[in-house]
Design a protein around this ligand. Structure first.
Ligand SMILES: [Fe+2]
Length: 574
């Protein structure tokens, strides 16, 4: 069964569908949604709507569906709608008639090759200059606030057209003028907001040139000083992973992601009152050989996550599906599957992941010996750590430079952790304890103690690979020696909580909780009762969920919650 699953994921993605990506433009006072397809495809459907100004999650609010006329196949597609429709008093919930603003469109185009709908969601801004309607630059993806520390934070966004941008930011609780940063003409940017203070709310506005309407003010909170507890005594964060496309099709399978569940669970996590989010890999389907397609899938994930990304920092980690690969020809030796390895050259999975996201850059240098590659993929932004007051969190990458057959192709097996990462982890945890870290959490994608779905890989490999058991033991020993409270993983599309202690063997003298939370949207797995630790698993569920970890001086409480906020499991991690 697992062999069949591996076969499904190891095939390169099919040919491109859009010859020209959908765009929204203005023709006089008409909004024009247009795109072209590589081959002739059936007439398509689109939805038009707005973002409701008072909705912090910016959920698209669709109001009108339109279909292309006729039945004939075509490669040029176009739908038009007069602006007056949005501005009609009965529909103008975003106040567009006054000075313009932001309008939305979603394309649903049938891909006969994949036998699936292709979705694109677009945003367009417009205004009026001397009663003439003009299209204005608009944030098409984002914004995101990341790497929030006691003194600075990083802000990033992507526009639909290159433009100058003014960013204003400052404290929302002190009477001080907001700072201004001007960003020169660019499509996107990552800028640093400096001069922040611990445990305070800050706000920002991103103003593309010419824009006076449809702008939002976002707020975010900075952490307390390293080692000290916040005023309310609690640090809370979410952990979740595995959001690649679901088997349900439709909006559960958009450009390699389960858009519906990413939005639902990130919004639910936000509503549950978390300070930040850790996402443990398999964001996307991946396993593609085209860098543009790989980046498009990561951008699709970002599009889904923008519902909270403007005010809630998200720390992304890599999984096996963050795979931009070189595929080898299929041969008899590999049982009909194309052998693959993380792509050679500057455009490898890790470097494009780092380009797509904003994560801390304090990880180690990668191995000098790239095992036959021309470039060692970086650990930058996929291996890192950060403090949030008394809490220290580490992201490890045990899907680094993965190869299907490392004995032939070089690279590493799924679940392997290069020595450079283990040495860095040891030093990082020592330094964190020295700085006053009270509680430590480590996350990665491949579980050392799989509980359902990945007994044959992860870090366990059915217990049959001595070199994997060795790295697993070294990794777990480091977690024990620094008293890590919980290690959190994905890969298995379910929830499990396992206290790894002396019941599992005399080498586990210091208890460390092993949590798997791979419940965002990828197809599910059932519990595996044959594993040696199966009877010690405290909780297991196949429900789509996120984990909420509440840390205080009294201890740590783990909850697994579904998209409606219903509690699936709740337990102290002691
Ligand atoms: Fe995975």
């Amino acid at each position: 069964m697992l062999a069949i699953l591996a076969l499904l994921i190891a095939l390169p993605a099919s040919a491109a569908f859009f010859a020209e990506e959908p765009i929204l433009s203005l023709d006089g006072e008409e909004v024009v949604l247009s795109w072209t397809t590589e081959s002739e495809t059936p007439p398509a459907r689109a939805s038009f709507g707005i973002e409701v100004p008072e909705d912090p999650f910016r959920s698209p609010r669709w109001r009108y569906s339109a279909r292309e006329k006729g039945d004939s196949l075509r490669s040029r597609h176009e739908l038009r709608r007069h602006l007056g429709w949005w501005e009609h008093p009965v529909l103008d919930a975003a106040g567009l008639a006054e000075a313009g603003g932001v309008i939305l469109a979603r394309v649903e185009a049938w891909d006969p090759h994949r036998k699936a709908l292709r979705y694109r969601e677009l945003r367009m801004a417009y205004g009026r200059e001397d009663s003439v309607v003009v299209q204005l630059p608009c944030i098409s993806r984002g914004p995101w606030i990341d790497r929030v520390t006691t003194s600075d934070a990083w802000l990033s966004w992507t526009l639909d057209q290159p433009a100058k941008v003014l960013v204003e930011y400052g404290s929302t609780v002190r009477r001080m003028a907001w700072k201004r940063i001007e960003v020169d003409t660019a499509l996107g940017a990552e800028i640093r907001l400096e001069g922040l203070r611990p445990e305070e709310e800050f706000g920002y506005r991103i103003i593309p040139e010419g824009r006076k309407s449809g702008l939002r003010t976002y707020t975010f909170l900075t952490p307390p000083e390293t080692g000290s507890w916040p005023a309310d005594g609690t640090v809370t964060f979410a952990f979740l992973s595995d959001s690649r496309a679901g088997a349900g099709g439709g909006i559960e399978a958009v450009e390699g992601t389960n858009r519906q569940m990413i939005r639902s669970l990130l919004s639910a996590a936000d509503m549950s009152g978390v300070d930040f989010v850790c996402f443990g890999g398999d964001l996307i389907d991946g396993y593609v050989d085209d860098p543009a397609e790989y980046t498009r899938q990561l951008e699709s994930w970002k599009k889904a996550a923008e519902c909270v990304g403007g005010h809630l920092p998200i720390y992304e980690g890599m999984g096996n599906h963050e795979m931009l690969a070189d595929f080898q020809p299929v041969d008899e030796d590999h049982r009909g599957r194309p052998p693959f390895r993380d792509r050679d050259g500057e455009e490898n999975s890790e470097s494009l992941f780092a380009a797509a996201f904003v994560n801390p850059e304090n990880g180690p240098e990668p191995p000098l010996n790239a095992r036959g590659k021309s470039v060692s993929p970086p650990f930058k932004e996929n291996v890192y750590s950060f403090d949030w007051g008394p809490v220290h969190v580490v992201a490890m990458n045990n899907d680094y430079d993965v190869a299907s057959h490392p004995e032939d192709l070089g690279g590493y097996r799924e679940g392997a952790i290069p020595d450079e990462q283990l040495d860095w982890l040891d030093a990082d945890l020592a330094a964190a304890r020295k700085r006053g870290a009270q509680e430590i959490f480590v996350f990665a994608h491949e579980p050392p103690f799989p509980c359902g779905g990945h007994a044959g890989d992860g870090m366990w490999w059915n217990g049959e690979r001595p070199e994997m058991l060795d790295v697993r033991r070294r990794f777990w020993n480091i977690l024990q020696s620094y008293g890590v409270r919980a290690a959190m993983f994905g890969d298995e599309h379910n929830y499990s909580a396992l206290r790894v202690d002396s019941r599992l063997g005399e080498e586990y003298q210091t208890p460390v909780w092993h949590i798997v939370s791979g419940g965002v949207g990828a197809p599910y797995y059932a519990k595996d009762e044959s594993l040696p630790w199966a009877t010690h698993v405290s909780a297991f569920s196949t429900i789509q969920h996120f984990c909420r970890i509440e840390v205080s001086a009294d201890g740590v409480i783990l909850s697994a919650l579904d998209a409606h906020g219903r509690v699936i499991d709740r337990r102290p991690l002691d």
